[in-house]
Write a protein that binds this ligand. Structure first.
Ligand code: NAD
Length: 361
């Protein structure tokens, strides 16, 4: 019996979580769900979007499965997702992008995994606001030390990239490749321009890669070139490892290659704890309508089952889901050529079709 912290989340979160939970349970794997709150519902009850008992539960169980959570705008609350990553040191953002027959996409041979660094880079949140005293001091300091003139009316964001941060993310990419029968890791960067940040990332990536020589192939690409390559010949790539910002952008590009955010799963992983989730947000306008696609949430459940060592159950659930998508009969509106197609199934009906398939294997 596994114990997993289950966070239904906001907006469409509770409905996709319920359907995906039923699919995971239908595999026969025994999981005790510790349901905890985060997001808007938690603010009403606890006065914070991330209550202590939710954090404690994740720390205790080491595995969590969450629906999307709304980030309130301008109310002084930090994003729950960012807070979780920081608090639990979830430094790997892992996102597989695989094409399933029946999905609307211009590509059919995509099977990529994005391994994005989650804690450093321009996302570290070290920012200097235009016009402030500390910003003026920084501009003055840079002029003194570097002899470089930055315009006085500038705002500045800092891009820290460390040896330790780079080493652990590249190692995570190679270990994932080894464990999952992947052939190649590609490091993505802009080291020709940002020599001391991206250059360091690349240098460390090469060092780490040397330990896997003969087992996993290694190459690197400039991020701009990578974008072009991915839309021209995505089949040439396998596992991509990237610093935070490029990882964010390339992730959405890859989601576009496989049919959009509705079908893409993800996980945030640290040395001890892993949190699985779909990559899309809480889509508030669809809340409670039983309309949205549960695929991203179900596939994040597939990733979670693999993480729990339940490989056979994970493979069966993925197979059932892919067959339902390929048949195209019980699928949600976003698989159809027009969003108002009357033959589209609801979230629950799609889930039921997946369970029916699963029980046939
Ligand atoms: P979103 O992903 O919630 O929705 C954008 C659009 O994508 C929707 O209007 C819908 O058309 C489509 N969509 C998303 N999920 C779908 C699904 N499962 N099936 C079918 N269509 C789907 O993005 P947003 O509107 O920018 O964000 C809404 C809220 O979600 C914000 O508060 C944002 O901060 C939050 N968010 C949370 C997470 C997370 O919890 N990991 C991730 C992204 C955004």
């Amino acid at each position: 019996m596994h114990t997993v912290t289950l966070i239904p989340g906001d907006g469409i979160g509770p409905e996709i979580t319920e359907v995906a939970k039923r699919c995971v349970e239908a595999t026969g794997v025994k999981i005790k769900w510790e349901v905890r709150e985060a997001g808007e519902a938690a603010i009403e009850k606890y006065g914070t979007p991330l209550p202590q008992e939710t954090i404690e539960s994740i720390k205790r169980n080491k595995v969590a499965w969450k629906g999307p959570i709304t980030t309130p705008i301008g109310e002084g609350f930090r994003s729950v997702n960012v807070s979780l990553r920081k608090l639990l040191n979830l430094y790997v953002c892992l996102r597989p992008y695989k094409f399933y027959k029946g999905v609307r996409s211009n590509f059919s041979q995509v099977d990529l995994v994005v391994v994005r660094e989650n804690t450093e880079d321009l996302y570290a949140g070290i920012e200097f606001e235009q016009g402030r005293e500390d910003t003026k001091k920084l501009i003055e300091f840079i002029k003194e030390v570097k002899g470089e003139k930055i315009r006085e009316d500038s705002g500045i964001s800092i891009k820290p990239i460390s040896i330790e941060g780079s080493r652990r993310i590249v190692k995570a990419a190679f270990e994932y490749a080894l464990k999952n029968g992947r052939k190649k890791v590609t490091a993505v960067h802009k080291a020709n321009i940002m020599k001391f940040s991206d250059g360091l990332f690349l240098k460390v990536a090469r060092e780490v890669a040397s330990f896997y020589e003969g087992k996993i192939e290694f190459e690197d690409r400039l991020v701009d070139n990578m974008c072009m390559q991915l839309v021209q010949k995505p089949q040439n790539y396998d596992v991509l490892v990237l610093p935070n910002l490029y990882g964010d952008i390339i992730s959405d590009l890859c989601a576009g290659l496989v049919g959009g955010l509705g079908v893409a799963p993800g996980a945030n992983i640290g040395d001890e704890i892993a949190v699985f989730e779909p990559t899309h947000g809480s889509a508030p306008k669809y809340k409670g309508m039983n309309r949205v696609n549960p695929t991203g949430m179900i596939l994040s459940g597939v990733m979670m089952l693999r993480h729990l060592g339940e490989k056979e159950a994970a493979d069966r659930l993925e197979k059932a889901l892919s067959q339902v998508i390929e048949e195209g009969k019980k699928v949600t509106y976003d698989f159809k050529s027009t969003p108002d197609d009357p033959t589209a199934a609801g979230t629950t009906e799609m889930g039921e079709a997946i369970i029916e398939k699963l029980l046939q294997f």
